[in-house]
Design a protein around this ligand. Structure first.
Ligand code: HEM
Length: 402
């Protein structure tokens, strides 16, 4: 696995924001909150210039205006925004191209299609719990959360579970190290594209009942999707579905391990788990993305320069007191719960049904087997850096098995 390089530390967050700064990685929420209050449209010269949006209103306005704020690059890195990067449809497509690229994927991810994966997810969870067995010292991230979306993705792609450890290394290198080390990003992308190329060749020769065959069968304007686009779509699905969801599951269990009252209530009232999961998504949103400003413009009265990054601070927006009541509290039975964890506007997460189902099933199965558990070493919790953020290590102790 590649290692993160040292960065020049940030001294003033309102003028020099850097999401790869060690202090931000350790505690992003106090930075988001201070910016929302004191500098809601902050500017930083890092990464070629970026603007950090932290108010719900500004984040929503930019997310809903793809003509001014392009999705052609959404993961901030050291490559200038004029560079095309690796365009992954539909997440890097702008209208009108976006509509058709998104539409072809929809049938695989709608609520009915998602149902099909519920039983396989339960089986994955139970297998992971069986592997934990009678152990009392476990890692909620490594032993459980990580396993679920990675194995589900392998099943959806129709590849052996033996490929899963490789997925994890790729995701780490691409998302946690790649943004600040272009060579690592490029090398990892090339290896992943070769893997996808192999899958396409295999399924062309021998179709299966899987995501690769599904995409091969789709048509846009009556034409098959060109191979280059298919490769990039598969690449996106591999990175979009694994560590996002694993982070969501990890945050949920981390919260429960650290909050006995919520844990006991959910163990006693499993029907409340879907509502609680929604609150975990609001309070601990694993993803935030960027746009590229297409022309000189303004947001919230602050000038934005063409070609600069515009960060949509979903975690900050989710705790904006203008739209959320008691935003800094986790209320597991919160009823009205508008949040931006899955994005806002035309790029809203295509996998949200699947992700929610995985999170709910993961929490249900865990609590059914281990109704009581706690953090064993809170200082050893390790959070991933980058725009997909979540716990990568959560040492915990099982207190009571069902
Ligand atoms: C808790 C888990 C997840 C979170 C928090 C999450 C978050 C997001 C966010 C914030 C966006 C919007 C990006 C933007 O505006 O540029 C997005 C888009 C997307 N997500 Fe997810 N995601 C999750 C799981 C998944 C899963 C499981 C899949 C599929 C396997 C998936 C596939 C996608 C795709 C294809 C898009 C692009 C949609 C478009 O551009 O029209 N996501 N996701």
């Amino acid at each position: 696995m590649a290692e993160l390089k040292d960065r020049t530390p940030v001294e003033d967050w309102s003028t020099d924001f850097d999401h790869f700064d060690a202090a931000f990685i350790a505690d992003p929420d106090s930075v988001w909150s201070a910016l929302r209050t004191n500098a809601p449209v902050a500017h930083s010269n890092r990464y070629g210039g970026m603007n950090v949006l932290t108010r719900w209103e500004d984040v929503a306005a930019a997310a809903q205006d793809p003509s001014q704020f392009s999705s052609r690059r959404i993961v901030i890195n050291e490559l200038p925004t004029s560079h095309p990067g690796l365009p992954l449809p539909p997440i890097n497509s702008d209208p009108p191209d976006h509509t058709a690229k998104r539409r072809v994927m929809l049938p695989f991810f709608n609520p009915v299609a998602t149902k099909r994966w519920e039983e396989p997810v339960r089986e994955i969870c139970r297998r992971a719990l069986d592997t934990i067995g009678d152990r009392t010292d476990i890692d909620l991230a490594v032993d459980y959360a990580q396993v679920i979306p990675a194995e589900l993705t392998a099943i959806m792609l129709g590849v052996p579970l033996a490929d899963v450890p490789q997925f994890r290394v790729w995701l780490h290198d691409l998302l946690e190290v790649g943004p600040t080390d272009i060579d690592v990003a490029r090398d990892t992308s090339n290896v992943m594209l070769d893997y996808m190329r192999g899958l396409l060749e295999q399924r062309r020769a021998e179709p299966g009942d899987d995501l690769v065959t599904f995409l091969l069968d789709q048509r846009i304007d009556d034409q098959p999707i060109p191979d280059r686009e298919l490769l990039n779509m598969l690449f996106l699905l591999l990175i979009a579905g694994i560590d996002t969801t694993w982070s969501g599951i990890g945050f949920s269990l981390m919260h429960l391990a650290g909050h006995a009252e919520d844990r006991h209530r959910l163990a006693a009232e499993p029907a409340l788990i879907p509502t609680a999961v929604e609150e975990f998504l609001r309070f601990y949103p694993p993803v935030w993305v960027a746009r590229v400003a297409q022309a000189d413009t303004e947001i919230g009265g602050r000038p934005i320069t063409a070609g600069e990054w515009v960060l949509l601070g979903f975690p900050a927006a989710n705790r904006d007191p203008e739209v959320v009541d008691r935003p800094d509290e986790v209320i597991i039975d919160r009823q009205a719960n508008r949040h931006a964890a899955f994005g806002l506007g035309i790029h809203r997460c295509l996998g949200s049904n699947l992700a929610r189902m995985e999170m709910i099933v993961a929490v249900e199965e865990f609590l059914a087997r281990y109704p009581d558990f706690e953090l064993s070493d809170p200082d050893a919790i390790l959070l991933a850096p980058g725009q997909v953020r979540g716990p990568r290590r959560i040492p915990a102790r099982i207190l009571n098995q069902a």
